[in-house]
Design a protein around this ligand. Sequence first.
Ligand SMILES: *[C@@H]1O[C@H](CO)[C@@H](O)[C@H](O)[C@H]1NC(C)=O
Length: 345
Amino acid sequence: MLYHFFFAFFPILPLLKTCPTQKMNLFQSITSALDNTLASDPTAVIFGEDVAFGGVFRCTVGLRDKYGKDRVFNTPLCEQGIVGFGIGVAVAGATAIAEIQFADYIFPAFDQIVNEAAKYRYRSGNMFDCGNLTIRAPWGCVGHGSLYHSQSPEAFFAHCPGLKVVIPRSPIQAKGLLLSCIADKNPCIFFEPKILYRAAVEQVPEDPYTIPLSQAEVLQEGSDVTLVAWGTQIHVLKEVASMAQEKLGVSCEVIDLQTILPWDIETVCKSVVKTGRLLISHEAPVTGGFASEISSTVQEECFLNLEAPISRVCGYDTPFPHIFEPFYIPDKWKCFEAIKKMINY
Ligand SMILES: *[C@@H]1O[C@H](CO)[C@@H](O)[C@H](O)[C@H]1NC(C)=O
């Protein structure tokens, strides 16, 4: 178990007890997924800034030496070029895995992603597609990343039909979901919670496996409040659920959304129909964040079941502050207060 300043990571039991597993942190589970892909798919290539050296977060360590510089290579410092190249590689029939060094710096590639990658199938009437493109990027806050190294930009991409957007909470999920993204026939954005790269350690199967996209996971069943998040916030909400049980006798259901687009409306609504209350937390400004989308859908689908207004515990409508970042992040205390308010509504 590892305590960080705003969450604690508890490893979960091995997914498959019968297959060989290895102790891996989150960046190593990414490496393992990429290694499996390069080994099984001779067309697969990995490219981005510094990936040939292993990448700033070490996700591609050893892969160039193992598979050669034609399959794992550096690109110029040009995000638009990285994604544009990736679209071409995918359209030409290869499996393209692009790395953007930080999610904060994905915006120069925004046009390539939303106007080209996402629309390519649609505008050709399904004659062409770049579904074999996967874009990975380190994501989320670290406590001191500030304006340019802590952002969670999933909501920008959630507004774009044609893409899939996926965020894992742990090493086991990271490997299975990344392999699903690589195999998926649509361009996928895979955001990796960078605070978990080293902090999260689990026994991860060495062999390839997939975890279905667009399927949320109920991590803990409960009857009074539904708590929904993705990535690092899952670990915050798990602790909040224990606090609520201990201090208030309130039973929380914890749901990891896993895929932001297209998201699993059914699992979330089924839970809210049961509990009557919903809290969503995310590490991005509250206005236009993905919690707003979940909130309005649940309001439409479950209005008569709601016992209290839906609660969003998010960042503020400012850029990520530097020394005040710990106050910006939705933490267990803010979530706990929101639960109290919902219960006493
Ligand atoms: C994507 O990859 C699969 C499997 O490698 C391949 O069969 C398919 O033709 C590729 N798609 C395109 C559009 O090239």
